[in-house]
Design a protein around this ligand. Structure first.
Ligand code: NCD
Length: 312
């Protein structure tokens, strides 16, 4: 526990990053840092505990990262990755699914295409619920691992100039991350096509706390920033495929486009990428998106340990 700060995570849900104070977020990051050696060595601290992953939407990283985190702490996992195979296909509603699965597990991680789904699940579940992505709304554990990566790469978060690039409307990771960053002293540049600008409610909230500049092109932005957070245009969330066609491929970062970047620029991406970061960026010192994946396990280990009471 941080000196003088009283935080308690045992039994808590993780639904929105907005439910967490700066002290609580910093405590999670500190716990992650302390727990990181166990991601290599392993631990038995969650022996006998079960995580259920209920994924109603595609995922590679988030689900496997939660499962890996649980196994590294000695716990086990159950769940489904294809709702097609679960009883929801027979018409079972989310509340019944949750009230069933809570008998099998100590904590649930849920990903669902509908906004508000994780919050609803938490209202029905007696065990803690972690939001692993709720439609275009939020992805709080991704925001925590993004912050952890920034802190690890830069030594601090305060003072950073950060640009988000891509789909700021349908991308849920940027919503949670923007809320979280607004608790720090950062400057935020939001680069997106006009039709994919940052959601209004997010923008209004963060603008009250930190300087925010909105742009439609990357012109002059790259040399300015310490962190470039690139996102995929969220094709599957567009109501109209013609609208997607108009913005597809709007931004493409390649090694050439980084010629004026700061020497210690950090490029992050929640992944998966489509074509917004060219493969020739992967071998530059700026690319940290695969380290971000590793950090995801570490942060999820910390969250599971805190929620299940194995760490204070
Ligand atoms: C993101 C998601 O699912 O929101 N992926 C992830 O969890 N790392 C980003 C995306 O799908 O573009």
């Amino acid at each position: 526990m941080l000196a003088g700060v009283s935080v308690n995570f045992e039994g808590r849900d993780i639904i929105s990053i907005k439910d967490f104070s700066l002290e609580e977020i910093n405590h999670i990051l500190k716990t992650a840092s302390n727990i990181e050696p166990l991601a290599t060595k392993g631990s038995e601290m969650l022996r006998g505990k079960i995580l259920a992953t209920l994924f109603f939407e595609p995922s590679t990283r988030t689900r496997l990262s939660f499962e890996s985190a649980m196994h590294k702490l000695g716990g086990s996992t159950i769940g489904f990755a294809e709702a097609e195979m679960a009883s929801v296909k027979k018409g079972e509603n989310l509340a019944d699914t949750v009230r069933t699965v809570e008998s099998y597990a100590d904590v649930l991680a849920i990903r669902h295409p509908l906004e508000g789904a994780a919050r609803l699940a938490a209202e029905f579940a007696k065990v803690p619920v972690i939001n692993a992505g709720s439609g275009a709304e939020e992805h709080p554990t991704q925001a925590l691992l993004d912050l952890y990566t920034m802190k690890k790469e830069k030594g601090k978060i305060d003072g950073l100039k950060i640009a988000f690039v891509g789909d700021l409307r349908y991308g849920r990771t940027v919503h949670s991350l923007a809320y979280a960053l607004s608790l720090y002293k950062v400057e935020l540049y939001l680069v997106s096509p006009k039709t994919l600008k940052m959601r209004r409610e997010v923008l209004q909230t963060i603008k009250e706390k930190i300087p925010v500049v909105e742009k439609t092109t990357l012109d002059k932005i790259i040399p300015l920033v310490d962190v470039l957070y690139v996102t995929r245009i969220q094709k599957e969330r567009f109501p109209d495929p013609a609208e997607y066609a108009k913005v597809k491929g709007s931004y493409r970062i390649d090694a050439q486009s980084l010629s004026e970047a700061k020497k210690d620029l950090t490029i992050l991406h929640p992944l998966p990428r489509v074509d917004e970061i060219a493969p020739d960026v992967d071998n530059t010192p700026y690319a940290r998106y695969f380290q971000q994946v590793w950090n995801g396990i570490v942060v999820r280990m910390a969250l599971l340990a805190l929620i299940l009471g194995a760490r204070k």
